[in-house]
Design a protein around this ligand. Structure first.
Ligand code: ATR
Length: 285
C-alpha cells in the first residue's frame, strides 16, 4: 500500500463497467480527501481471499457489486440493521480493531434519489415493486419506512414475490403476486428492480398498472433511456427516470460511512450523466 493515501476498491465480476471509481474520485476531490479507489475483479471462488488480502494490506473499505453482495455478508463481523434486512452487503468498512462492518447503502440511495432529488412523495401512495431478486430485497425496508399506503411486489416467478413479501410482512402493508394478478390495478409509483433492463428486455407487467400520473423509476441505467423508461413513456407516463441518481446516492452513503462526510451529489450526477453520454456505459453497481 502506497504512502498515506487510504485505499478503497469496488469488487465485482465482471467489474470493468463500474462507474464507482469515477464517482468516488469526484467525491474525494470535492471533499479534499486523499483516497485511492480502484477496480478489483474477483470471480466468486476468489472473492473472500481477494477481499481479505486487500484489508490485510491496510485497505480501508470496499464496495461490493454483482455477484458478491450476499457472499460479502460472511466477511463482516457486524452488520448494520439495513444490511441485515437487505440480506446483502454493498459496503465493507475497516474498523480500528481490524474487524469489518458490513452495510448496505442501496436502499438509502434509492430513497434519497426518489424523495430528495426527484421530489416524489411516497407517503400514503401505492407502490409497485417489480422483481424479487437481491436488488428488490435491498430496497423493501427503506421503502416501507416511507409509509406508503401499500407496496405490491410482483415478479415473473410469482412464488419468489410471495416469499419475499412474507419476509417483510411484519414491517408494513405488503403483498406479493405474479404479473397476471395485477390486471386492472394502477399504481402511483412503479419501481423496476428486475435485471431485465440490462438485456434490453421488459417485465411483462400489464399496461393497466401505468397511469399518466404514475411515477416510474428504473433502478438500472444506461446510455439514453432504459427499455423500461421508454416503455413507461410510451404508455403515457409523464415521469419515468433511470437509476443514475440511486447509483450516485448509494456511493455518497458509502463515502460518508468511510470518510465521515457526505459529498454533494448533484455535481457528480451531472458529470456522470454527461460522461455516460460520451462513453455509452451502463449497468448496475
Ligand atoms: P438481482 O440481484 O439483480 O436482483 P436476481 O436475484 O437474479 O438479480 O433477480 C433478477 C430479477 O429480475 C428477478 O426478479 C427476475 O425474475 P425471476 O425471479 O422470474 O427470474 C427478474 N428478471 C430478469 N429478467 C427478466 C425478464 N426478462 N422479465 C421479467 N423479469 C425478469
Amino acid at each position: 500500500m502506497e504512502g498515506r493515501v487510504d485505499q478503497y476498491a469496488v469488487v465485482g465480476h465482471p467489474v470493468a463497467h463500474s462507474l464507482s471509481p469515477f464517482i468516488h474520485s469526484l467525491f474525494a476531490r470535492q471533499t479534499g480527501q486523499a483516497v485511492s479507489y480502484r477496480l478489483m475483479d474477483a470471480p466468486p471462488e476468489q472473492f473472500i481471499e481477494r477481499v481479505s488480502e486487500f484489508f490485510a494490506a491496510g485497505g480501508r473499505g470496499v464496495n461490493i457489486t454483482l455477484p458478491h453482495k450476499t457472499r460479502a455478508m460472511t466477511l463482516a463481523s457486524e452488520l448494520t440493521e439495513r444490511a441485515r434486512l437487505a440480506g446483502a452487503v454493498n459496503t465493507l468498512a475497516a474498523r480500528r480493531d481490524g474487524t469489518l462492518l458490513g452495510d448496505n447503502t442501496d436502499g438509502a440511495g434509492l430513497v434519497q434519489d426518489l424523495t430528495v432529488n426527484l421530489g416524489v412523495r411516497v407517503r400514503e401512495r401505492s407502490v409497485l415493486l417489480i422483481g424479487a431478486g437481491g436488488a428488490a430485497r435491498g430496497v423493501i425496508a427503506p421503502l416501507i419506512a416511507l409509509a406508503p399506503r401499500r407496496i405490491v411486489i410482483t415478479n415473473r416467478t410469482a412464488e419468489r414475490a410471495v416469499a419475499l413479501a412474507a419476509v417483510f410482512a411484519g414491517l408494513g402493508a405488503l403483498e406479493g403476486c405474479g404479473f397476471a394478478e395485477l390486471a386492472g390495478q394502477a399504481f402511483d409509483i412503479i419501481i423496476n428492480a428486475t435485471s431485465a433492463s440490462l438485456t434490453g428486455e421488459l417485465p411483462a407487467v400489464p399496461a393497466t398498472a401505468f397511469a399518466a400520473d404514475t411515477f416510474c423509476y428504473d433502478m438500472a441505467y444506461g446510455r439514453g433511456d432504459t427499455a423500461f423508461v421508454r416503455w413507461a413513456r410510451e404508455l403515457g407516463c409523464r415521469r419515468a427516470v433511470p437509476g443514475w441518481g440511486m447509483l450516485v446516492e448509494q456511493a455518497a452513503e458509502s463515502f460518508r460511512l468511510w470518510r465521515g462526510v457526505r459529498p454533494l451529489t448533484a455535481p457528480v450526477l451531472a458529470a456522470l450523466t454527461g460522461r455516460n453520454a460520451e462513453l455509452g456505459a451502463g449497468g448496475a453497481d
